[in-house]
Design a protein. Sequence first.
Length: 433
Amino acid sequence: MNVKPVVQEPQHVSQLVEHLFRHEAGKMVATLTRIFGIEHLTLAEDVVQEALSRALQTWPYRGVPENPSAWMMRASRNLALDVIRREKIFRAKEAEIARLIERDGFAPQATIFLEQEIVDDRLRMMFVCCHPVIPPEAHVALTLKTLCGFSVTEISRAFLTTEAAIAKRLTRAKQKIQEAQVPFEIPAGDELTRRLDSVLQSLYLLFNEGYKASSGEKLVREELCQEAIRLTELLAQHPAGNQPKTHALLALMLLNAARIPARADDEGNLLRLEEQNRTRWDQAMIARGMAHLHESATGADISEYHLQAGIAACHASAIDYESTDWAKILSLYDRLIEFDDSPVVALNRAVAVANVHGPETGLQTLRFMHGREKLRSYYLFYAVVGELEMRLNNYAAAAEELRKALELAETKSERAFLLKRLQCCASTAVTNN
């Protein structure tokens, strides 16, 4: 019996299509690339985008199909077929295309690709994006764009650079793939070792974008965190990715994601670590994270993911904020900065310094911090300075820094939080005077 499509309001359709784009676009691009060839990567991206556009145009009037994901994949595949049939590549791919059409004919409402095919395709695409012919600075950007549905804007914010720079990286990366005829496969041996680091970094940035969204109404995009965790789990389960640093990254993600339910109040306003209700932390997820952290301890090598997971474990194991082992956290940051001397890591270390040695020492650390100038457009830098000034009862200085942070913050919850801290600063100053 055919199920009549459900007619929905355009706004609801738009939300559904955005959800599908985040969850399904990467799968579609990877699978279409396997079928039609890596030289047609741009075509795969274009037809998926066109299918999404058609869904936005038709679903509000014709109704949402019973299986929206299958509809999108079928529409993308058919659009690609229209182009491919006019090219020489069709004859080489004819048998594979015929197999897909035959399968589709027997299950009109089902997905047209097997789940295991999709899993393998996504892993292959991850390693294609990190091939040595592609400039290293483009590995992560290409992975985020191709597999994770990131916009150029979101990627530029993740890298603290311009949209034009990211767009150029993506264009050059695709040119390199086509020129070198990069094989659509999971590498082995030394090549696997070289490319795994970039794959892990891509997954890490994907998680971070979900854990602290760069823009929009929500502070947390939990679906992106879950997608990063799922992809990392797939990698850890595959012989190519079953390595200590993969498990360390997975532990880091799980331990941080366990705190998501307590990171905002019922109105979506940001809560600081000391304000969070720790009974709302996901203990099952913490247990999984600790298990992967234990598994990551095999072997003699240590990575930045091991150290960051260790920091997350310190927070996860503390029964309350006052019980946090800040001395251990600072020692882990001291080691982490040897791996990653980025200004963001230095900023986080300065927070640990303040909690161990006091706010004045924390401010001194920030004043002489390496790479401080790169954080001029980073709202958290000014927010941290403002908080430390408040601890020292320097309310005028604190207010000035918090206003700078407020001007730069881009999510609604961050702006609401900073406005609340500004009001607290003003009221405390009046009371003390």
